[in-house]
Design a protein around this ligand. Structure first.
Ligand SMILES: [Fe+2]
Ligand SMILES: [Fe+2]
Length: 173
């Protein structure tokens, strides 16, 4: 076993957080669908897929490092929202929380002198910068548009410019 038990446990916890983020984004996407905002829905379905790949990256790392994968219980997320702003604000808060979790995990990898885990986590550190930044942009866009201007946000998302700039920033998924 190449991986320290404490770090293995902490990565398992993070797998739960990433799957939790995935489920939260699915809930947000379905809410947007119900509101007749298919592009915002699509954006969040896509975010959900990304969170799944994050969880799986960690799963594969533990397996490769000879550790043990234990998927924790995932707490229920939030399903109903009073506005688009509330849903996107929750998403931004979630990304900020995940950033703190990734930083703490990286601290633990450094403390246990686990260079392989640290290098693997570097990808997540960079990814979180992009995730927080693009969600922050979306929040400001939704706030500026207001509830009656959400169709402009839909148009912008449909143009593909938003995903392009989000993907162009760091080259991360
Ligand atoms: Fe993630
Ligand atoms: Fe994320």
């Amino acid at each position: 076993m190449l991986i320290d038990k404490k770090l293995n446990d902490a990565i398992n916890e993070q797998i739960g957080h990433e799957f939790g983020a995935m489920l939260q984004y699915v809930a947000i996407a379905t809410w947007f669908d119900g509101e007749g905002l298919p592009r915002l829905a699509q954006h969040f379905y896509r975010q959900a897929e990304e969170e799944k790949t994050h969880a799986m990256r960690l799963v594969h790392y533990i397996v490769e490092a000879g550790g043990t994968v234990v998927i924790p219980a995932i707490p229920a997320g939030k399903s109903g929202f009073s506005s688009a702003e509330e849903a996107v604000q929750l998403s931004l808060d979630q990304e900020k929380t995940v950033t703190d979790q990734i930083n703490a995990l990286t601290d633990l990898a450094i403390k246990t002198n686990d260079h392989a885990a640290r290098i693997m986590l570097d990808w997540f550190v960079t990814e979180q910068i992009e995730e927080v930044s693009s969600m922050d942009t979306l929040l400001r866009m939704v706030q500026r548009a207001g509830e009656s201007g959400l169709l402009f946000v839909e148009q912008f998302l449909a143009s593909g410019q938003f995903t392009q700039s989000a993907e162009g920033g760091t080259g991360a998924e």
